[in-house]
Write a protein that binds this ligand. Structure first.
Ligand SMILES: Nc1nc2c(c(=O)[nH]1)N[C@H]1C(S)=C(S)[C@@H](COP(=O)(O)OP(=O)(O)OC[C@H]3O[C@@H](n4cnc5c(=O)[nH]c(N)nc54)[C@H](O)[C@@H]3O)O[C@H]1N2
Ligand SMILES: Nc1nc2c(c(=O)[nH]1)N[C@H]1C(S)=C(S)[C@@H](COP(=O)(O)OP(=O)(O)OC[C@H]3O[C@@H](n4cnc5c(=O)[nH]c(N)nc54)[C@H](O)[C@@H]3O)O[C@H]1N2
Ligand SMILES: [Mo]
Length: 751
């Protein structure tokens, strides 16, 4: 039977009694290893089997509680749990107003179009009067705020959905200069899943005709088939290299002044800045080399190569998940503008080659079925990465995108389809934030650390346990995703949960339909043929593969007056008067280098720069207990990869346990040495489940990087996560070895 996840479409085999998934496989040679997590994960002891209430909350009632995350749960019948939740929502709503409910929000959940956890939760909360919401995402939260100022909101959207395609690159691009490489493992994931993995195949094809240059701290950020040239750049210093490339273009007469004059505003401010006339510091390759450790000659020579050929500048998402994360995006776009190839086939700027499997597939898709969320009358919102700030500082105001956001007082958070103990930074601080709540409700498939901090945990069915429809942007097929096995234990579809809650609260969530009728409805609202019956019987319908011909900038290049960008000037804003008018201390009108606190030049005790990257063998934290994910662990924990020279200096060898420290916290990791990473840099994947079971040894003994990261925003403009980078110190751990308890359910008793 076929099923679909964000990590792809694959086949599952069901046991003879029909209850269990016993095998999962894909014939696709580019299939994601994460498929290998599903069999063990779907029936794992960490599944939430019954509605569960934290004993402390059950006995003492709602209220702030710093013991969340410890203690036992009482399993109760569904009716009891739903009554409690409905009554508590009613108490908060009538006593404090709907803005006191945080519609927790962020998270990748599962891939279906109907059983999309957040759409379901948001529709339910809207049906009872709304909630405080979050905006933007953890993926490219800084770019989402910055780019509309530079290329217009539509341009920023088009850059995501209609970028220069891999096919354009294969045909036209001579040189792909990629800051952050092109990671094959990241292309295994597509939001919504794809029928076939095409991203890495398209990248491989482009690699045959296009010279790829990987500017990164890791050699294997560009996957082997691309035969890329590696230029080492210390993390968080790319902006300096980009400015130096512009400096060379200007000084050596290689900048495209005609393009700059016709299509951009602000090139003069940039020229003055890179030449040093505005701040006394010429941004020469020698200057950048002292910051990035990239040899000056290499920078100079690269600038000349870029100007001589059709060149595409790529900035991967991770660069903007750091302090002042908007700057490498701003500088990358500025560099492409100085080359003057924006809007030419295969030239200009892209922001996401190698970050997602659907980026650059080159196909526009039809409208996909969507579950309507209704209307939220509550105006309050936060940029999503400010969740701890919200909970810890009710009433406070923060700057955001030139305005201010005021934090309402939150009494109750309801989370579904996301794992803040995976996605958020500084978990100690997050725990403090969650302890301020009166009530924390979580729908989960598994006893994740987030579920273990909740007061009420409602067990949700997984993708293989319900009927759904799946497709991603630019997909080749809209798929029927039939239920393969019954829900585990007493798990239910969230549709069922919200229908029952809404009934209790006198609200209308379901409009009198059951989930199967809704499946038909959202299908029929999006398509008239084939009929829903035929679609379901055939297991799906092929979608037209209409290639788009480049991009945001093609029409604009042809005629910037007839097709202006939707910026104040109608052009690309290399200097944005709007940004400058905000008067922010940390973001100017043009791209700038300023020293972050998290970089090698900071010096001091925390002497390794840790990259926190996307995990190859799972999606974020999902199914970390699964076979594929566990196969990557070292000494039973998340690996810490570092250069052999750095390992030797600390007395570390492959397979050892390391204690990793930052000012925020400590963790245990398994040591893996590699010359694919620059000296001074270390790498851990995100997504190991938080394990605080031996606090005398470390805050997390399983290797969740977010005990180390800082809860500091990218900037006062964007307020996004800076979790990709943190400075750490690493020592050999030779104490008693604590067991990993992250995947054990909490103590449970029956009511
Ligand atoms: N330090 C650091 N941290 C990072 C990043 C980084 O670079 N560095 N990257 C960030 C990025 S880009 C992202 S996108 C985030 C991802 O953060 P998340 O999206 O929060 O991470 P997931 O592990 O995918 O969480 C999804 C949760 O939904 C649950 N789930 C699955 N299906 C269902 C369902 O049907 N219903 C319900 N109710 N639950 C379901 C899963 O069990 C899982 O716990 O992490 C961010 N965190
Ligand atoms: N297998 C798998 N694939 C995924 C995901 C997953 O969980 N698993 N998550 C998906 C999601 S939600 C997202 S948002 C994307 C994220 O996509 P990205 O943000 O592109 O992914 P990362 O792996 O965080 O970073 C890619 C590379 O950037 C490099 N890098 C980090 N910081 C810097 C820097 O300052 N300068 C330079 N030059 N390079 C740097 C790192 O070496 C890293 O290997 O991935 C998606 N793909
Ligand atoms: Mo993401």
């Amino acid at each position: 039977m076929e099923t679909s996840a964000h990590w792809g479409t694959y086949l599952v085999e069901v046991s003879a009694d029909g209850r269990d998934i016993v095998a999962a496989r894909s014939p696709d040679p580019d299939a994601a290893p994460a498929i290998g997590n599903v069999v063990a994960g779907n029936r794992h002891r960490s599944r939430v089997a019954r509605p569960s209430i934290r004993r402390g909350w059950l006995e003492r009632g709602p209220g702030p509680d710093s013991s969340r995350g410890t203690g036992e749960y009482v399993e109760v019948p569904w009716d009891t749990a739903l009554d409690l939740v409905a009554r508590e929502l009613q108490r908060v709503r009538s006593g404090f107003g709907n803005q006191a409910i945080f519609g927790g929000s962020y998270g990748w959940g599962s891939a279906g179009r109907l059983h999309h956890a957040q759409s379901q939760l948001h529709r339910f909360l809207n049906s009872i009067g709304g909630y405080t919401r979050s905006v933007n995402d953890y993926s490219r939260g800084a770019s989402m705020v910055l780019l509309p100022h530079l290329i217009g909101a539509q341009g920023a959207l088009d850059l995501r959905y209609k970028p220069v395609s891999w096919a354009d690159a294969a045909e036209h691009t001579d040189l792909l200069v990629s800051f952050g490489g092109v990671r094959r493992s990241n292309m295994w994931v597509v939001p919504g899943g794809h029928a076939r993995h095409v991203g890495s195949g398209l990248a491989r094809a482009a690699g045959r005709t296009t010279r790829v240059v990987n500017l990164s701290a890791q050699r294997d950020d560009a996957f082997a088939d691309l035969d890329a040239e590696w230029i080492g750049v210390m993390p968080a210093t790319d902006t300096a290299v980009m400015l130096a490339l512009i400096h060379v273009l200007v000084v050596d007469g290689l900048a495209d002044d005609e393009f700059l004059a016709r299509y951009t505003v602000g090139a003069d401010e940039v020229r003055r800045y890179v030449l040093g006339s505005s701040d006394g510091i010429p941004k020469t390759p020698e200057w950048a080399s002292a910051i990035s450790r990239t040899p000056a000659e290499v920078i100079r020579e690269l600038a000349h190569r870029m100007a001589a050929r059709r060149t595409l500048v790529n900035v991967v998402y991770s660069l903007q998940r750091g302090e002042r994360g908007e700057q490498p995006v701003f500088a990358g776009l500025t560099l492409a503008a100085f080359l003057g190839q924006i809007g030419l086939p295969g030239g200009g700027f892209v922001h996401g080659f190698g970050s997602m499997g659907d980026y650059g597939v080159g196909v526009t898709g039809p409208r996909l079925p969507t579950f309507p969320q209704g209307h939220n009358p509550v105006p309050d919102f936060i940029p999503c990465a400010r969740i701890s700030d919200l909970l810890l500082n009710p009433g406070a105001e923060i700057p955001y995108n030139g305005g201010t956001v005021r934090f309402p007082e939150i009494k109750l958070a309801y989370w579904a389809g996301g794992n803040p103990f995976h996605h958020h930074q500084d978990l100690r601080r997050l725990r403090d934030g969650l302890s301020t709540l009166d009530t924390f409700i979580v729908n989960e498939t598994h006893w994740t650390p987030t579920a273990r901090h909740a007061d009420v945990v409602l067990p949700a069915a997984t993708t293989v346990e319900r009927d759904d429809i799946a497709a991603g942007a630019g997909d080749s097929r809209l798929r029927a995703v039939p239920r393969a096995v019954p829900p585990r234990g007493e798990a239910r579809e969230e549709f069922w949960i919200y229908s029952r809650l809404a009934e209790r609260m006198g609200a209308d969530f379901a409009e009198g339909l059951d989930s199967w009728q809704w499946l038909r409805r959202i299908y029929e609202e999006a398509r008239s043929e084939p009929s829903f019956e035929d679609f379901w019987r055939d297991g799906g319908v092929d979608l037209p593969q209409e290639p788009y011909r480049d991009t945001v900038f093609t029409d604009f290049r042809a005629d910037p007056v007839a097709f202006p960008l939707r910026t104040p000037s109608g052009r690309i804003e290399l200097f944005s008067a709007t940004l400058a008018s905000f008067g922010l201390a940390d973001v100017a009108g043009h791209a700038q280098w300023r020293e972050p606190t998290q970089w090698w030049g900071a010096g001091g005790e925390f002497d390794l720069h840790l990259l926190c990257t996307q995990p190859s063998h799972r999606l974020h934290s999902q199914l970390d207990m699964g076979t594929a994910s566990q196969s990557t662990k070292i000494a039973g924990r998340e690996p810490l990869r570092l250069h052999p020279v750095d390992a030797a200096a600390r007395g570390l060898a492959d397979g050892d346990l390391a204690l990793v420290r930052s000012p925020q916290g400590t963790l245990l990791a398994g040591v893996l040495t590699s010359t694919d990473v620059l000296p001074g840099v270390a790498r851990m994947h995100t997504g190991a489940w938080y394990d605080p079971s031996a606090p005398h040894i470390a805050d997390c003994v399983n290797g969740n990087v977010n005990v180390l990261t800082r809860d500091a925003p990218t900037s006062t403009l964007t307020q996004a996560t800076s979790g990709a980078h943190v400075l750490v110190s690493v020592t050999h751990y030779d104490g008693p070895v604590p067991p990993v308890r992250a995947y054990d359910p909490p103590p449970l008793s029956e009511s």
